[in-house]
Design a binder for this molecule. Structure first.
Ligand SMILES: [Zn+2]
Length: 270
């Protein structure tokens, strides 16, 4: 029974045993305590590190996104800069032409009376293009077409006009001052100037005299507004209307007109 008693004592009196811890055991305990402390500190350290990483990540993301927007803006700036340079480059070719003296072509100034239907008297804020038209009325003269525009003030039939009309004999009639808008190209009345051309042939081809006056008048306008031959458009190019008929149906004839215009300008620059 002695063994059994000892066993019971072992179980019910553990305190007594602990008190009897050896030096070695106490050191081991201390070590364990220190280890736990180290683990706790490591856990706190890792949590702090993770939090820091998370915050840094969020800040980096914000900086990246805003940086991205900034980059996009600067790309846009570079692009518009390039377009501007390209345009200036195009114009650069014509600096001598702009600097040259260019006489205003002879013209009959027959301004329309200011009216709602053909000469609204509204200021033209800028000129980006010159539009070329045909009257769609074979065999009529510039003055007859001008009279038609003038009659709209009374008939209210429709809104229509152009700044200039060129007769088949090459005479130029001005209907509207270049500083005012005309009703010629639906969506472009506020940044363009329009020239109507008379014709005799049913296919709409201009006479040589009309063609020559058109080159001289167009060149003078390009000189006045510092534009280039590519800025001369057919009514067709803005909205697809069959105008001027012959130069829509014969692309080559339009290309030749632009070449002839450029050559005239080059000669004027010399
Ligand atoms: Zn037209």
């Amino acid at each position: 029974m002695e063994i059994h008693k000892m066993q019971i004592e072992d179980v019910v009196r553990p305190e007594k045993r602990r008190r009897a811890l050896t030096q070695e055991e106490r050191i081991r305990r201390k070590k364990r305590k220190r280890k736990r402390k180290l683990i706790r500190m490591a856990a706190i350290g890792m949590t702090a590190a993770l939090s820091f990483a998370l915050i840094a990540g969020v800040i980096a993301l914000v900086l990246f996104v805003s940086g991205g927007i900034g980059r996009q803006e600067s790309i846009q700036a570079v692009l518009s800069e390039e377009i501007r340079t390209l345009k200036d480059g195009k114009k650069g070719k014509w600096q001598d032409f702009y600097a040259a003296e260019l006489a205003m072509p002879a013209m009959d100034v027959e301004l329309l009376t200011v009216n709602e239907f053909s000469r609204p008297g509204i200021a033209l804020p800028e000129v980006k293009n010159i539009f070329i038209h045909y009257t769609a009325n074979a065999g009529t003269t510039a003055l007859q077409n001008r009279s038609y525009f003038e009659s709209l003030a009374e008939t209210h039939e429709r809104s229509a006009s152009a700044h200039f009309i060129i007769s088949c004999d090459g005479e130029v009639v001005q209907c509207i001052p270049t500083k005012e808008i005309a009703y010629a190209v639906m969506k472009r009345n506020y940044d363009s100037i329009s020239i109507e051309c008379c014709y005799e042939r049913e296919d709409g081809q201009f006479t040589d005299q009309t063609y020559q006056s058109l080159i001289e008048l167009t060149a003078w306008l390009l000189h006045k507004y510092e534009l280039v031959p590519e800025d001369v458009l057919r009514h067709y190019d803005e909205g697809g209307k069959l105008c001027p008929k012959y130069y829509v149906e014969n692309e080559g004839a339009w290309d030749k007109f632009l070449v002839d215009l450029s050559q005239y300008m080059e000669q004027a620059a010399e």
